[in-house]
Design a protein around this ligand. Structure first.
Ligand SMILES: [Mg+2]
Length: 187
């Protein structure tokens, strides 16, 4: 059985971080327009203030799964050995890591009950691990895979097709697209 690595943030769910930021900054944020690599850069200089209010809030409370995630992952889970690999420690510690780890675990367990919690891997160093297929919204999560799928997101939509081709990465629009790309490659 082939192994698949699935990233969590901005692949399984968007979580609530953008909502927290909008509330904190008191304005709407268009992540597509803000030229940042991590959204937390938008509160530069105000980290302590942000941390006081949000460090123990649940980033995943009431956060929906992205469209198609449940049904496609459930089907893929019959054919592949699926691992969810996700980091839980935020830069500058603005979200409490112990709490975030617990919240991630509970969210995955509740929302994707067909994936055994033994197959959650909490680490930032994804390239240490080997998988046949990788799905991530960050190029940094796609090193080492035989098949690398970049999940389309605000953080990667300026990366050119040429660059992706050079790195052996295929851009996927959504979960249904993942399923059809994998079906096609399996033929
Ligand atoms: Mg991600």
């Amino acid at each position: 059985m082939k192994t698949i690595m699935v990233d969590m943030d901005d692949v399984i769910t968007d979580g609530n971080f953008t909502n927290f930021l909008e509330e904190f900054l008191g304005k709407k944020i268009n992540v597509n327009d803000s030229k940042v690599y991590y959204r937390q850069e938008l509160i530069e200089g105000k980290e302590e203030e942000f941390k006081k209010i949000y460090q123990y809030k649940n980033l995943y409370e009431n956060a929906p799964l992205l469209d198609g995630c449940y049904e496609v992952l459930k089907r893929l889970n019959e054919k592949y050995d699926i691992y969810i690999v996700t980091s839980y420690i935020w830069g500058k510690d603005i979200i409490n890591p112990e709490e975030n780890l617990k919240n991630k675990f509970q969210y995955l367990k509740e929302k994707l009950p067909f994936i055994n919690p033994n197959k959650y891997i909490f680490t930032q160093n994804k390239k240490l691990l080997n998988f046949d297929i990788r799905i991530d919204d960050r190029i940094s999560g796609l090193e080492n895979g035989k098949i690398n799928l970049l999940f389309n997101s605000w953080s990667n939509n300026t990366i050119t097709e040429k660059e992706l081709k050079e790195k052996n990465i295929i851009r996927v629009k959504n979960w249904y697209d993942i399923e059809s790309v994998l079906n096609e490659l399996d033929k």
